[in-house]
Design a protein around this ligand. Structure first.
Ligand SMILES: Nc1ncnc2c1ncn2[C@@H]1O[C@H](COP(=O)(O)OP(=O)(O)OP(=O)(O)O)[C@@H](O)[C@H]1O
Length: 336
């Protein structure tokens, strides 16, 4: 239903590309999260799709119709795309009900539809309130109701929960996606929080420096990341550089890049009977008790520092750590 083909955008006449030859598809009803470090191009991508920017190259098709290309540009309000941003962007001088009515003023049954949307987001009874009389979470639900009212083909959520504190964030995220699931709308969800993406998305699109580096189901991103950047986004990861290879006496292919997840590093408080292929000793610099486990900051002889978790309690000042070859991630690149 959404087709992005070779999409590129530069803000400095081609010196740098905020988006560089991005291609992907979305099926109707999918929830796709867009994840990437700051500046990777997430917002630029959704602004192009929403019609708030024009592409330099490539095309965007929604429901098989070109909505943006080098030669064609459909105005944002004609695109059948609903938007919810970080800042709630409600009109402060309009009531909640009128905020929702705003985008559907031409509909015959607009009042019924607005009321249905308020019911959907659990805010019926609050029609006459103004935005400043609602909490942040309630305002974001109004923004969602307003975006869904015109029955968009695609709903874009750009960091919609960033303004909220951690507890409310998780609660509202779960509520919002329960509402979204009922409507079966297709969703693009921009977030820098991989937990958010893993919790709600069918698929996750990873951007790095304006390029798509992987689009995959959540489980695959953890088990088979395409590069070290993706691996590091989805769990603490240690790059097995030359020093670490030497410390563990673990020779690896020079043409590839290797990494190991922190949780795959095993700790042996004493030195006996350690069931690991690659082993080294490490000095314990710091112990942090976390209730059911202990986090250890370790220093190898080479000076490298790394963090591991253990359930062991009898930790000495110098311990053995190790890992197995089956847990090594291998990438076809030599970038760190
Ligand atoms: N209007 C603009 N003018 C100039 N440069 C821009 C503009 N918008 C974005 N950029 C640049 O494009 C690149 C991608 O920015 P973008 O905002 O899309 O990244 P992002 O992944 O959404 O980042 P964040 O997570 O910090 O919001 C950055 O280098 C940014 O500085």
């Amino acid at each position: 239903m959404l087709t992005i083909d070779a999409l590129s955008k530069s803000f400095d006449k081609g010196k740098n590309y905020a988006l560089d030859n991005v291609t992907f598809n979305l099926k109707a009803g999918d929830v796709c999260a867009i994840v990437g470090e700051s500046g990777s191009g997430k917002t630029t991508l959704v602004r192009l799709i929403a019609g708030l920017e024009r592409p330099d190259n490539g095309s965007i098709l929604l429901d098989d119709k070109v909505i943006a290309s080098v030669n064609k540009f459909v105005q944002p309000e004609k695109r059948k795309i609903g938007l919810v941003f970080q800042e709630y962007a409600l009109f402060p001088h309009l009531t909640i009900f009128d905020n929702i009515l705003y985008g559907i003023s031409k509909l015959k049954n607009k009042k019924v539809r607005a009321q249905d949307m308020l019911d959907l987001v659990g805010l019926s009874g609050m029609e006459k309130r103004y935005p400043h009389q609602l909490s942040g979470g309630q305002q974001q639900r109004v923004a969602l109701a307003r975006a869904l009212a015109p029955e968009p083909s695609l709903l874009i959520l750009d960091e919609p929960f960033s303004n909220l504190d951690a507890m409310l964030r998780t609660q509202l995220r779960n509520e919002v996606f329960e509402i979204i699931k009922k409507t079966e709308v297709t969703v693009l969800f921009v977030t820098h929080d991989t937990q958010d993406a893993l919790s709600v998305a069918d698929e996750i699109l990873i951007l790095q420096k304006g390029k798509v580096v992987q689009k995959d189901a959540a489980a695959n991103l953890y088990v088979k990341p395409n590069n070290l950047y993706v691996a590091s986004l989805f769990g603490s990861t240690i790059h097995i550089n030359k020093n670490i290879q030497n410390a563990f006496q673990c020779p690896l292919k020079e043409t590839c890049c290797h990494a190991i997840r922190n949780e795959k590093i095993k700790v042996n408080p004493s030195s006996n009977n350690f069931d690991c292929e690659y082993i080294t000793t490490a000095e314990v610099i710091k112990k942090i008790e976390l209730g059911d486990s202990v986090q250890l900051l370790l220093k190898l002889e080479s000076g490298e520092q790394l963090t591991v978790m253990t359930q062991a309690t009898n930790i000495e000042d110098v311990i053995h750590i190790g890992f197995n070859s089956k847990d090594i991630l291998e990438f076809n690149e030599d970038a760190v």
